[in-house]
Design a binder for this molecule. Structure first.
Ligand code: ZN
Length: 160
């Protein structure tokens, strides 16, 4: 079976950045299952998977534009430290959730400059080139429940 829309694909993957550092990888024996054609994974990788089949292995480099998007300056915000006085352990690397007009968004504290805190709402992998090393383990037709939910439900289509 060749991968196309509404198929569930199970795969092992290793994701590295352009310097070869491992950013993410599937655990041994716990492959990633996703529903093809429903934007469950980044567009550049989904495009490469189209038409492939079980046991295929391949590597692909995905640009930021086809990955998590470019870093956007408008998602960098400087706020007065006083506005965050309710947060006890304010430090660089802390992730905060904020309500925005577009829903809940995660911001990471990237800098504390005196009385000002810099928050970054970009995806942690925005602006990054992504190198995927993929091995496809299985390909099957999605169940009707998976199609209704818009995501895969593990090896046999049962709900999580
Ligand atoms: Zn579900």
């Amino acid at each position: 079976m060749n991968i196309t829309k509404d198929f569930v694909v199970e795969m092992d993957y290793i994701l590295t950045d352009k310097n070869g550092n491992v950013l993410d990888a599937s655990e041994k024996g716990e492959p990633l299952a996703y529903l093809h054609g429903h934007q469950n994974i980044v567009p550049g990788l989904e495009k490469e998977l189209e038409g492939r089949k079980a046991n295929d292995s391949f590597k692909v480099t995905v640009t930021p534009e086809e990955g998590y998007g470019p870093k956007r300056d408008e998602l960098l915000k400087e706020v007065p430290k006083a506005d965050l006085s309710g947060i006890p352990d304010l430090e660089v690397g802390l992730q905060l959730q904020a309500d925005t007009p577009y829903g809940v968004q995660v911001f990471e504290v990237t800098e504390i400059k005196g009385d000002t805190v810099v928050l970054d709402g970009n995806h942690p992998l925005a602006g990054e080139e992504l190198n995927f090393d993929i091995k496809i383990l299985s390909v099957r037709v999605a169940t009707s429940e998976e199609l209704t939910h818009g995501h895969a439900h593990g090896p046999h289509g049962h709900h999580h």
